[in-house]
Write a protein that binds this ligand. Structure first.
Ligand code: FES
Length: 272
């Protein structure tokens, strides 16, 4: 907590201000398991979502629209008829409509405090684990380009909220059948419900959200509503990592369910 960040000296952990320990670390447990597992999980999601985002097909099976493609903002959307669609982009947009919208949830997750920890450890080894020195010679934190852009997280939070709202709308629409008549519930409805609960739980458990609710207050007693909201968000916030993974898996499963329906691999079991 001094005035000068200790690792900004040249030499990183081998700088003159650090203890002279030659071993790279003194840990004897399998510390690499966690960053390796994290990297594998994130890579699997990146591979899957990249394939699906560029596929530009099989993302709509009435009444279900894949969360990767919602809201569908181009004229080439398959969801035009009866589906949730907003043709902001005209016919000039010829690429996959997922590319128009995924930048927001992607930016939200990429700049998320938890995901930062996950990929700094898993991919950059900066540091790979607690008490394991990073291989880099110097440390500038998030003070320079491009990592200074991590500060945009709060704005991505503002974008993530309406996206979650639209996914909620999509979930409501799953209570219609394939002819757009209300009063339907299929297995897909349950898949969408589980996904949207996890998406909201992850979004609201965001550290920026917690700060918006209760940050910069001198006296909680003078702001009972914000204090209560802050308390709720804080409880969720304690589970932010678990919610980050659960919602990542659920959104991929939700998309895969739509893919299976749209390709005719399965039919949606009807509950009523
Ligand atoms: Fe993870 Fe905001 S800190 S979503």
């Amino acid at each position: 907590t001094g005035t000068e960040p200790p690792q900004q000296r040249p030499g990183g952990v081998h700088g003159p201000s650090r203890a002279a320990i030659t071993a790279r670390h003194l840990r004897t447990d399998r510390w690499w398991l966690s960053p390796a597992g994290t990297a594998a999980g994130l890579l699997a999601f990146i591979a899957y979502s990249t394939w699906r985002a560029f596929a530009d097909d099989h993302y709509y099976a009435a009444p279900y629209v894949s969360p990767f493609y919602s809201p569908c903002l181009a004229e080439n959307c398959q969801t035009m008829r009866g589906g949730p669609n907003l043709d902001l982009f005209g016919s000039w947009w010829g690429l996959s409509p997922a590319l128009l919208i995924l930048v927001f949830p992607l930016g939200f997750r990429l700049t998320c405090y938890y995901y930062r920890k996950a990929y700094y450890r898993g991919f950059w080894a900066s540091p790979p684990a607690c008490a394991v020195a990073e291989p880099h010679a110097s440390y500038t934190g998030e003070t320079r380009f491009p990592l200074v852009l991590q500060n945009l997280h709060r704005y991505f939070f503002y974008a993530a909220v309406p996206v979650a709202g639209i996914l909620t709308y999509d979930t409501v629409l799953t209570f219609r059948d394939e002819h757009y008549a209300w009063g339907h519930m299929g297995l897909g409805t349950l898949v969408f419900l589980a996904n949207i609960v996890l998406i909201w739980a992850y979004t609201l458990s965001c550290h920026s959200c917690r700060h918006i609710m209760g940050g910069r207050l001198r006296h909680f007693s003078r702001h009972p509503v914000r204090y209560r909201l802050w308390g709720w968000v804080s409880r969720l916030n304690a589970r932010h990592m678990q919610l980050a993974w659960a919602s990542l898996i659920s959104v991929a499963l939700c998309d895969f369910y739509v893919y299976l329906l749209a390709t005719g691999t399965i039919t949606d079991p009807r509950i009523f």
